[in-house]
Design a binder for this molecule. Structure first.
Ligand code: GLN
Length: 532
């Protein structure tokens, strides 16, 4: 029997609802419970895969190839589970399902309506996640803020789930902001009261209130909220501002939130994790070395576009005793070797993450060249691998104008090109090469020694591939093709023999890195930067 926790947000967005949900998941896992997490996004896109990073930040990819909200990355990192497409539901997905059913005639002549047809589909998404994952607890975060028109069907659905199940099987958690008035520094609970009322008007009475605030939420503030919002003081918890996001579950635990949740769900699991999360946080906080890593991209003013990359990098740093300072380098500003030398001096390592489109490509190619020629640890991810191969073709093999056909469809040297099956595709949504593919690691390679495994599964999100016609030429130039997908004969990892650390991969290792289980490629990269 699965139990359900629903996390809603009030007052304003962007107060860490995803981290709150993920932290609840962590605390429950520490009690030996199995947890599945999912996010409802009220927008009409089927998935964020077609959205600009400016709209949405990173697109997180699950092992089964769903393009999802970046909160799923927090979930996976906090609960250390691989989630599935069941973890990401959007209004677009729900409506397209219902409309397809209507066209097929599945509704037998009924008028198709938001209630019950849309709400049934939403409830199904929760129940199916429970059934498939067989988790003890499914935690569902409702995107957006209570009061948004788009959230209404989701709120109605979770209200119905509450009335369809036993009292102690469903729990509502509401996250709010208690603002501090500039000047007087007074903390104001009125927005929380309004948000509570708004939820109530949707038939949902929250069990727990989680507060973000710059000020200290004292007992008297808790008493006031308790009085107006009809929850006991024990059920009001402050999510304090912390140095590391991984401290949030500990902050909650200190305030007894895990105990309270268990009591409400009528569970009596003891803590079984032997403080491993606490130890990890302590270890991370004691990091005393400093590393400067240059991240070369085109969304450098928008750090959320690279969320999992930077999180994996920070975590790998902490685990190796180093605080990482990321120097954000806008690839478009890298024009020539002189300015590259200036921008890159003092860096301990360079990372070029994924990307789409031509903007900034030449700057990324120059970054690869700089790292190569100056023996600086380099890590390329997805587009970062493609630019490495373009750099080598242009600057080592002398193939002038070598490019990816994504950037220059008429290039004389299509180092990176479309596979035949991609050429026939004309819809952009959900048609990239997505999710897990196997990668075989070549014996004696650096990648193999880092992974210490023969075959690994890694997640993908790209359309273009390395063109094997150029393999021999590049091998002669010192490239080791150390990771191959044997089934499709595709290059997955390349590295340079004569270099301290130069590795690039076609997949996205950042999606599989965890604070308590650092991905070997991030770990290896950071170690090389430290030893530089
Ligand atoms: N634009 C490249 C492709 O489609 C790389 C994609 C990426 O970096 N995620 O293949």
């Amino acid at each position: 029997m699965t139990k359900f926790i629903f996390v809603t947000g009030g007052v304003v967005s962007g107060i860490g609802k995803g981290i709150t949900a993920a932290s609840i998941g962590r605390m429950l896992k520490d009690r030996g419970l199995t947890v599945f997490m999912q996010k409802f996004d009220p927008y009409l896109n089927i998935d964020p895969g077609t959205m600009s990073p400016y709209q949405h930040g990173e697109v997180f990819v699950t092992k089964d190839g769903a393009e999802t909200d970046l909160d799923l990355g927090h979930y996976e990192r906090f609960i250390d589970e691989e989630l599935t497409k069941r973890a990401s539901i959007t209004t677009g997905k729900v409506y397209s399902k219902v409309i397809n059913k209507e066209r097929r005639g599945d509704y037998n002549g009924q008028t198709v309506q938001v209630i019950p047809h849309i709400t049934d589909e939403i409830k199904n998404a929760v129940y199916k996640a429970a059934k498939e994952s067989k988790a003890d607890i499914v935690i569902t975060e409702i995107g957006g803020t209570v009061g948004d028109i788009e959230s209404l069907p989701f709120l109605e659905s979770i209200r119905q789930i509450h009335s369809e199940n036993e009292q102690d099987d469903v729990l509502f958690v509401h996250t709010v902001l208690v603002p501090q008035i500039p000047g007087s520094d007074e903390l104001k609970t009125k927005p929380t009261q309004h948000s509570f009322k708004e939820l109530m008007s949707n038939g949902i009475k929250t069990d727990i209130i989680i507060i973000r605030s710059d000020g200290e939420i004292t007992d008297s503030i808790k008493k006031k909220i308790s009085l107006f919002c009809d929850v006991p003081v024990d059920a009001i918890v402050q999510s304090k501002n912390v140095e590391l996001i991984y401290e949030v579950p500990l902050v909650f635990k200190d305030q007894g939130l895990d105990k309270y949740i268990l009591k409400k769900l009528n569970l009596d699991n003891e803590i079984i994790s032997q403080n491993s999360w606490e130890n990890m946080v302590e270890r991370f906080k004691s990091a005393d070395k400093n590393l400067n890593i240059g991240l070369v991209g085109k969304y450098t003013e928008l750090h959320d576009a690279y969320l999992s990359v930077i999180q994996a990098l920070f975590d790998a740093g902490y685990e190796n005793g180093a605080k990482i300072d990321i120097k954000w380098i806008n690839a478009e500003e890298l024009e020539d070797e002189k300015n590259v030398n200036e921008v890159f001096k003092d860096l301990d390592g360079i990372i070029v993450p994924g990307g789409f489109g031509s903007r900034g490509t030449d700057g990324m190619v120059l970054s690869s060249k700089y790292a190569r020629e100056n023996n600086i640890p380099f890590f390329g991810i997805c587009y970062g691998m493609q630019v490495v191969l373009i750099d080598l073709a242009r600057n080592v093999l002398g193939f002038k104008g070598a490019n990816s056909t994504e950037i220059d469809p008429d290039t004389k040297y299509p180092i990176i090109d479309l596979l035949e099956n991609q050429e026939e595709i004309d819809e952009i949504g959900g048609t990239l090469r997505l999710g897990n593919y196997e990668c075989s690691l070549q014996e004696g390679s650096k990648a193999r020694s880092l992974y210490n495994e023969e075959k690994v599964l890694e997640r993908h999100r790209h359309r273009y591939e390395f063109n094997n016609d150029y393999k021999e030429d590049l091998e002669k130039a010192g490239v080791v093709f150390s990771g191959i997908n044997e089934e499709l004969n595709l290059v997955e990892i390349v590295e340079l023999k004569e270099h301290k650390h130069f590795i690039a991969c076609q997949f996205h290792p950042e999606f599989k890195s965890r604070p308590n289980r650092i991905h070997p490629l991030f770990d290896g990269f950071v170690k090389s930067c430290i030893n530089k």
